[in-house]
Write a protein that binds this ligand. Sequence first.
Ligand SMILES: CC(C)(COP(=O)(O)OP(=O)(O)OC[C@H]1O[C@@H](n2cnc3c(N)ncnc32)[C@H](O)[C@@H]1OP(=O)(O)O)[C@@H](O)C(=O)NCCC(=O)NCCS
Length: 232
Amino acid sequence: MAATSPAGRPRSASLPSAALLADLVGAGVLVAASTPAAHALRADERRFVAGAVDARRRQFATARAGARALLARLGAPTVGLPIGDDGAPCWPPGFTGSIAHTEDVCLVAVTRTSTAARIGVDVEVVDAVQCEVWDLILTPDERASAAAHALPPRMAAALFCAKEAAYKCWAFRLQHPFDPLRLTIEIDAAGDAFAVRDAAARLLPIVGRLAHHRGHVLAAARLPPAADAPRW
Ligand SMILES: CC(C)(COP(=O)(O)OP(=O)(O)OC[C@H]1O[C@@H](n2cnc3c(N)ncnc32)[C@H](O)[C@@H]1OP(=O)(O)O)[C@@H](O)C(=O)NCCC(=O)NCCS
C-alpha cells in the first residue's frame, strides 16, 4: 500500500517525473523513483533487515522491487539483491546499479556494465543538509562555492548529494574508510553537471549530473565501461 501525505494525497504525486530522472542518469541507464512501501523480499535478502524498523524494511524492499523491475526490462535474470561486504548491493553479472533513500523517496538506477562500469545515485532533502555539518562533509573549496552561491543551502546540498553519488560509484577504488573530505565536487555554472577530484586533486573519470525537484536534490554519477580497470 502506498504511503499518503497528511492531506491524504499519495506521496507519489511529489515524485520527480520520468523525464527529469531520465535526463539525470543519461542514455542506457534505467531509473525509477517510488514511495517506500511494503514489498516481498527474496530469501537471500531477508536477513539484512530481519531486525530493522518498519521504515528501513520498506526502504530496503522498495529498492529491491524497483531494481528487479528495471533489471527485468534490461533482460537480467530475476535474482535476489543482497548487501555485499562493502555495503553495496550485489548485482547480477553483467549489470550494475545504485540505490538511495530519503524518508519519502526511493531512487534506483540500473544499467549494463557495457554501458557503465559503475553508477551511483543519491537524493537529499535540501533543508536537511544543515550548515552545522558543512565542515564535516564539504572541503574548503566546496564551502567557498556554497557560500558564494545565491542560494547557499541549495548549493551545499547539491555538493553533498553529488559527493554521495560519486562515492557510491568510486567506493570500490578507495583503500581506506571513506572520508567525504577526500573527494571534491565541482558543479558547472548551469548547476546540472559535476566533476569529481580525489584527495590529490586528480580529476576522476566520473560523469556527474544533478537535478532539483521540490526541495530535493538528486545526483547521478557514472564511470565509463573501462574505468574499473586497475588504472584508468
Ligand atoms: C554509502 C553511503 C554514502 C550511503 O549514504 P546514506 O546517506 O547512508 O544512504 P543512501 O540512502 O544515500 O544510500 C543507501 C544505499 O547506498 C548503497 N551503498 C551502501 N554502501 C555502498 C558502497 N560501498 N558502494 C555503493 N553503494 C553503497 C546501498 O544500496 C544503500 O541502500 P540499501 O542498504 O537499501 O541497499 C554511506 O552509508 C557511507 O558509507 N558513507 C561513507 C561515509 C560518509 O562519511 N559519507 C558521507 C559523505 S559522502
